[in-house]
Design a protein around this ligand. Sequence first.
Ligand SMILES: NC(=O)c1ccc[n+]([C@@H]2O[C@H](COP(=O)([O-])OP(=O)(O)OC[C@H]3O[C@@H](n4cnc5c(N)ncnc54)[C@H](OP(=O)(O)O)[C@@H]3O)[C@@H](O)[C@H]2O)c1
Length: 231
Amino acid sequence: MSTYLIIGASTGIGKKLADQLVDSGHRVYATYFKNKPTDPGSIEYHYLNVLDENIQFDFVSESLDGLVYCPGSINLRPFARIKPADFVDDFNLQVTGAIKSIQAALPRLKKAENSSIVLFSTVAVQTGFPFHTQVSASKGAVEGLTRALAAEFAPNIRVNCIAPSLTDTPLAAPLLNTDQKREANALRHPLKKTGTTQNIADMADFLLSGKGSWISGQIFHVDGGMSSLRV
Ligand SMILES: NC(=O)c1ccc[n+]([C@@H]2O[C@H](COP(=O)([O-])OP(=O)(O)OC[C@H]3O[C@@H](n4cnc5c(N)ncnc54)[C@H](OP(=O)(O)O)[C@@H]3O)[C@@H](O)[C@H]2O)c1
């Protein structure tokens, strides 16, 4: 049995991953922000706003085998209409929040053997899409953070990143809230589907587990072929 901390596990990918890890017999500490889960099962939920100045994980056990950071945003707008402060807000949620979380969890991650950190980027870093500057700028920083941290933390802590394309979660709801949008978005992908939380949670689960024990500093494109195929 391993012990994991998932930041942002009340909805979406984090929730699916937390359920999956608990079902496999692991101990999962998880956080919520606005949506407190009504039926937590054996997941141990705690409130956390990653924008707070100080982040502490006093509620977590002494040793942690893995940390997953899920908070993110998809703000799509023409570049000319985005204020510099909007870029900073995005950076604070996606990058500074991850930095604070990793720093707060580090003593516990160091106590475990071969612990693992999983971060999230987006398909829109590898491939340029119009109206994606806000999300791409901060997720690009997440990818840089992943590689630099992986080097600094080797050989004891592995650091990897998953870069999904459009995945059916509350975050992506505005892009998938009609049958027409669902179909059009599915057809944009070489594999003719949008992602499910299961698709992404499976990769995170793999990277946390011993099966990923020789992998660090990588960006995994779980994206229906979007970033690499032209069909
Ligand atoms: N879904 C996609 O299409 C897609 C595509 C590419 C990349 N991604 C990335 O994948 C990751 C997971 O996305 P998702 O779709 O699963 O997102 P989601 O459904 O919006 O879940 C995000 C989680 O983060 C928590 N959270 C949000 N703001 C927070 C804050 N200030 N402090 C602490 N927790 C906060 C939310 O808590 P509450 O709900 O309790 O507020 C929720 O548990 C994100 O980094 C996202 O950028 C997603």
